[in-house]
Design a protein around this ligand. Structure first.
Ligand code: TIU
Length: 232
């Protein structure tokens, strides 16, 4: 496959043209505490099944993306063990009995280095794939993601992960304002709330793609497979 040759992916509001060499797959917060039964997300009363349906499409997309030799990056939401990067407002929001930094089902909740903070085994990063530890919802706030993307010549992002209306949407908006073109495959992003899943995706592609494009992993896999055939 010629990684510098532009490819087209069926998407809304119109086809997404991308250059593989200038693109990265950015997988947002597929962490055990959000995704696994018995984790922090479930402890708060959320149905993790709504998120777990994204694992298999992400796994297939990640495998194809890696096989094509393309760049992958991962993010994790979390904080320093001493909580020095945790705003008090975030700590106390929701008046939950158990909050960030407290002992949880899989170690201290959303603290770097704890089991629950880490990425699920199905999508575990390879050693050459940068992992961005972020203290906020957006992947650009208080991280070196923008610098890494610039250094690697990345202009286009496939953004997947959880949750659609929170960390995925915030990251897509941050990326869009920095000049990146974002494509979001609907089956690879998930929300605890079906209505937010629907509206979170509509908000991205509305008004001519005001924040980006929405597609499906099957269309991306088809474009990669086609690129493999025509590029040889
Ligand atoms: N990663 C991410 O979306 N963090 C959240 O806190 N999401 C919620 O939906 N709460």
């Amino acid at each position: 496959m010629d990684l510098n040759r532009s490819m087209s992916i069926e998407a809304e509001p119109y086809p997404y043209e991308f250059v593989p060499a200038r693109s990265a797959l950015l997988i947002i917060d597929m962490q055990r505490d959000f995704m696994e039964p018995g984790g922090f997300g479930e402890m708060l009363g959320n149905d993790v099944a709504e998120l777990r349906r994204t694992i298999e499409p992400n796994r297939k997309l990640l495998a194809a993306w890696r096989a094509a030799g393309l760049q992958v990056m991962h993010t994790r939401e979390g904080h320093r063990p001493d909580l020095s990067d945790l705003p008090t407002t975030k700590k106390v929001r929701g008046h939950s009995k158990t909050s960030i930094g407290d002992p949880g089902p899989m170690g201290r909740i959303l603290i770097r280095g704890e089991a629950g903070h880490d990425i699920i085994p199905e999508l575990y990063p390879l050693p050459n794939e940068p992992v961005i530890d972020k203290p906020g919802k957006g992947a650009f706030f208080a991280t070196d993601l923008h610098a890494i993307l610039q250094n690697r010549g990345i202009k286009q992002l496939l953004v997947t992960g959880v949750t659609t209306e929170v960390c995925v949407n915030t990251t897509v908006r941050e990326a869009n304002d920095r000049g990146y073109e974002c494509l979001v495959p609907a089956d690879c992003v998930g929300s605890y709330f079906p209505e937010f899943q629907e509206m979170g995706l509509k908000m991205i592609k509305a008004q001519g793609g005001i924040f980006g494009w929405v597609s499906d992993s099957t269309h991306i896999l088809a474009a990669l497979a086609n690129g493999l055939t025509v590029g040889v």
